[in-house]
Design a protein around this ligand. Structure first.
Ligand SMILES: [Zn+2]
Length: 288
């Protein structure tokens, strides 16, 4: 099928009351694990790439070429979108030019007027290339310089203003944060989510910071219009635990256990395991 924009899969998800997972990639193993799991579960999937991860993989062009080739060589037939996560103004344009099929422009750190102006411009540019656009209102908290933010709650009226620009889906802060949640986290603000959905209607909503949100809160958020859920940290934790176990058990010291294809194997399988768990939780299995 090749790479597609995320618009159609998310409109279908919102209508069908399920969510599509965005799983962030870091390298070839990550990408292969997520793509094969999506195919095995007949689920649409969004591969998320932050600007930092793109830089790590040497640039947007490398990522785009690798993902497109892998979809072809692995005979992946489920819908796959290659999505820039939290893109800057310059990054959004560069990723679009490099072949990404979906872009998040995160203008949440600008004032609402500048966010609107820049989101509008990026949206027009991306739509001319058939690329879907995610915008953000109300910054999503998380650990920054060691300080864990509480997670801002977006203003429903501001959400409506951004939705009216014609963006394809919208990330709105509802107390969710990136990374691991602190013990005293107050949970998602469902009143705010309901108010945001009221204002934005059929527009698919996006939940960032999916790692560590209790399953029942995930399920409830889907009933209130969340159609895309971002998972990043959880894959990293699964990969780390499996890799640690392999080393601690001394498997790298036995036979050809030092071979990177063996060394990275348990982490690869662990990513597949957590991605499958999430696809089942989000309800996207057999929705390709
Ligand atoms: Zn995010």
């Amino acid at each position: 099928m090749g790479l597609v924009s995320a618009k159609e899969m998310l409109v279908k998800a919102k209508e069908g009351h399920y969510a599509v997972g965005q799983f962030n990639i870091n390298n070839l193993e990550w990408t292969k694990a997520i793509l094969t799991t999506a195919q095995e579960n007949n689920s649409p999937v969004i591969l998320g790439v932050s600007e930092g991860a793109a830089k790590y993989m040497t640039g947007f062009k490398t990522v785009s070429a690798m993902v497109a080739a892998m979809v072809e060589e692995l005979n992946i037939t489920v819908p796959v979108a290659l999505h820039l996560d939290h893109g800057s103004y310059e990054g959004a344009k560069a990723a679009a030019a490099a072949g990404f099929t979906s872009i998040m422009f995160d203008g949440s750190h600008y004032g609402i007027e500048e966010n609107i102006e820049k989101t509008k411009e990026i949206t027009e540019f991306c739509h001319s290339l058939n690329i879907s656009v995610e915008a953000e209102v109300g910054s999503i908290g998380g650990e920054e310089d060691g300080v864990v933010g509480k997670g801002e709650v977006a203003d429903p009226k501001e959400c409506k203003m951004i939705a009216d620009l014609g963006v394809d889906f919208l990330a709105a802060g509802i107390g969710n944060i990136h990374g691991q949640y602190p013990e005293n986290w107050e949970g998602l603000d469902f009143e705010a989510l309901a108010a945001i959905q009221q204002e934005t209607g059929a527009l698919p909503l996006v939940l960032h910071g999916g790692t560590g949100i209790p399953d029942e809160m995930i399920a409830k958020s889907i009933t209130l219009g969340v159609s895309k859920i971002n998972v990043n940290t959880e894959c990293q934790l699964y990969f780390q635990a499996a890799t640690r176990k392999y080393i601690e058990e001394g498997k790298d010291l036995k036979g050809k256990g030092f071979d990177p294809r063996k060394l990275l194997g348990p982490g690869y399988e662990a990513i597949k395991e957590i991605v499958k768990i999430k696809m089942e939780l989000f309800g996207s299995v057999n929705k390709a």
